[in-house]
Each structure stands twice: as C-alpha cells, then as structure tokens.
Design a protein. Structure first.
Length: 160
C-alpha cells in the first residue's frame, strides 16, 4: 500500500477553504493518512508555502512526536506546543515573528501576490526523535535526517 495523505476539507491542488486561513477561523484542517511504511515509529508533519516572497518557504505548521499508530488529525488542533488531546504530539515554531508563533497558522499570502501553494508533508520515521517542544522546521529536518522511511504530501492553494 502506498503512503498517502489527504484532507477531507479540500481536494488535492484545490483552494483551501477560508475557514482554515487567517481570513477565517484560522483552524488546522482535518488530515488523514494510510499506508504508513512498515517499521515506522513516529510521524512528523510540516506545512509550508514555497511561493512566499521570502528566502525560505514560509512555515505554517510543524508537528512531531506523533505516534505511528495515529491515522488522522482532527480539525482545529490547539496551538499549544505540547498536545495531549485529541492526539499526543509536539508542535514547533511557524514563521510568524509575533502573535501565535507555535502550532498551525493558515494561509495569509500578500494581497495581489497570486496563487500560493501550501504543502502538507507527513513523514514516517524509523525512530522516536525525542525532540523538545517548540523547535523550528530546520531543527526538525536535521533531526529527521537518515530516519525517513516515507513521505506523503497534500497540496492546497490560496490567493488573496
């Protein structure tokens, strides 16, 4: 079985509903997956926007320490760095310099900048990483190096 990620709130490659953006409720979308590679011990998720007018993709969500037996994330996860419910996981820093800087923050591309693509990537890891809460994408990617058994992706778009 292929490792697959999907979102019930929008189709792959389609616009992300306003509810999941800064212009709406700014809640995380529901995600589900199947076909987790054999030997997976932990899952991690990164959502970023490579179309942002910044040197690096703009980070919208960093989530890690998710048990390999979890198969979905419900809509509207809390923005705490340490989650216990509805799933146990840790969340890291997004790219915002102020306000809510950890957990999910939805699309907010510059007005008139065109369509932006939001890449939700789920990583299957062969070992628990044991990372502290509140790290950034760069630190997560460095810790995952050499531990990735598979990657699944879902892309949504948004334009203001």
């Amino acid at each position: 079985m292929t490792f697959e990620l999907e979102c019930s709130a929008f189709s792959h490659g389609a616009p992300i509903p306003k509810k999941f953006t800064s212009e709406g409720e700014d809640v995380s979308p529901p995600l589900l997956w199947r076909g987790v590679p054999e030997g997976t011990r932990e899952l991690a998720l990164i959502c970023d926007d490579p179309d942002a007018p910044t040197p690096e993709p703009w980070v919208h969500w960093v989530l890690y320490g998710l048990s390999a037996d979890v198969t979905q994330l419900p809509e509207g996860l809390p923005d705490a760095v340490e989650l216990r419910s509805p799933v146990a996981a840790r969340q890291g820093l997004n790219s915002w310099p102020s306000g809510q800087v950890d957990g999910y923050r939805g699309p907010e591309p510059p007005r008139g900048h065109g369509v932006h693509h939001y890449h939700f990537r789920l990583y299957a890891l062969d070992a628990p990483l044991g990372l502290k809460p509140g790290i950034d994408k760069k630190a997560l990617l460095a810790a995952m190096s050499g531990h990735c058994l598979g990657e699944a992706e879902w892309i949504g778009t948004y334009e203001r």
